[in-house]
Write a protein that binds this ligand. Structure first.
Ligand SMILES: Nc1nc2c(c(=O)[nH]1)N[C@H]1C(S)=C(S)[C@@H](COP(=O)(O)O)O[C@H]1N2
Ligand SMILES: [Mo]
Length: 371
């Protein structure tokens, strides 16, 4: 048996103990994943709220086709009143809408060398949506959480094999994190019922955390007495140098700024073509649980930096607009942008490499030719 092969089925398991790639070319498996899991084209940074069809997408297994009439949400585990909720039961609770920026923890992975064979994101695994639903605590409070509970476990209706382990998609949160006011069970995105690929009929939304925590297609919510050790907690989403070490769990979104690529693109290389003169370089920046304090631009590949104007966040957990006026003179440039958050964290010029390519928030570079 070759390493990285499932002993029962013989299916090669890229992932844990799987494959690191040093090649600049992409594998068939990566291209297929990229075709399923779209990114937000970066010109989408122009919208305050990302149109639903432009929001990034990440689906590990298959998109379940669920019938909302037949669907039930099971509430169980260490609760006084376990039970089944219909979508109507959830819609009957007082609704809230929040505009939240969500990002995949693998965003930036494809910039690493060597890179982990997985969804090959560059910088486009991002989107901001208006999510409508009910605070998770309102559902948990009604169920009556037992004192013995320490975590809340969320199970999706999707199932598949990853790293040789066949499992339902599951993630947990500590009780403290689960009860935070901003954590929602959402049934609508941008004013319409969730689309199938975004978790219809109901998903979890955990603002400020990387996307893997916001479990889609919820089937079950359980209060549990011991920390959960499923695949998506202990084997995936770890910051580590090798698959042999446990590493640290991936949690909150790190600070990042992205610019709308200026000018017009060359179709294949995406190099930008710009006419000399005054241009406004603009984009968005976000920082998970923090605010963005400062955004800086460089036209000389990070040797010197100038400060952009940053707008306040319209809401907590929502990206902020920034802009920077540039008197562009003819030449070839590598524009870079970086942000610093209110806790003093600044994006690195180059990534801090880790095995799974998690949370790589190295600053964006855009090639521009000014004529
Ligand atoms: N049930 C389930 N929930 C899931 C996933 C999944 O594959 N299955 N993917 C997660 C990941 S890794 C991310 S980044 C977000 C993506 O949400 P979106 O596709 O709505 O943008 O959903 C998360 N929730
Ligand atoms: Mo993700």
């Amino acid at each position: 048996m070759k390493p990285g092969e499932d002993p029962v089925t013989g299916i090669p398991q890229f992932g844990e103990g799987g494959r690191l790639v040093e090649d600049q070319r992409f594998y068939l498996e990566e291209v297929k994943l990229a075709n399923r899991n779209r990114g937000m084209p970066l010109e989408g940074l122009r919208y305050d709220v990302t149109p639903t069809g432009m929001h990034y997408l990440l689906v590990h297994f298959d998109i379940p086709a669920l019938d909302a009439e037949a669907w039930r949400l099971e509430i169980g585990g260490r609760v006084a009143r376990p039970g089944l909720l219909t979508l109507a039961d959830i819609r009957d609770l007082p609704a809230v809408t929040r505009t939240v920026t969500m990002e995949c923890a693998g965003n930036g992975r494809a910039l690493l060398n060597p890179r982990y064979l997985s969804q090959p994101w560059f910088a486009e695994a991002i989107g901001t949506a208006q999510w409508t639903g009910v605070p998770l605590h309102s559902v948990l409070d009604r169920a009556g959480i037992d004192d013995s509970a320490c975590e809340v476990l969320f199970t999706g209706c999707d199932r598949g094999m990853q790293g040789g382990v066949l499992h339902d998609y599951q993630r947990s949160l500590t009780l403290t994190d689960a009860l935070r006011d901003e954590v929602l069970l959402v049934y609508a995105m941008n004013g319409r019922p969730l689309e199938p690929q975004h978790g219809y009929p109901l998903r979890l939304l955990v603002p400020s955390w990387y996307g893997m925590t916001s479990v889609k297609w919820l089937a079950r919510i359980e209060a549990i007495a011991k920390p959960f050790h499923g695949y998506q907690m202990d084997h995936a989403y770890r910051v580590r140098q090798s698959p042999d070490e446990p590493g640290d769990p991936v949690t909150r979104i790190r600070v990042r700024a992205l610019m709308v690529p200026p000018g017009v693109p060359d179709w294949m290389t995406r190099i930008r073509l710009l006419t000399a003169g005054h241009v406004v370089i603009e984009g968005r920046a976000w920082a998970g649980e923090h605010r963005v304090d400062c955004v800086e631009l460089s036209t000389d590949d990070g040797h010197t930096w100038e400060r952009a104007k940053v707008e306040p966040a319209p809401e907590p957990f929502c990206w902020q607009s920034w802009s920077w006026p540039w008197a562009a003179v003819p030449g070839r440039y590598r524009l870079r942008v970086r942000a610093t958050d209110s806790a003093g964290n600044r994006q690195p010029d180059e990534s801090d490499w880790n095995y799974e390519g998690m949370a790589n928030n190295e600053c964006q570079a855009v090639e521009v030719i000014v004529t």
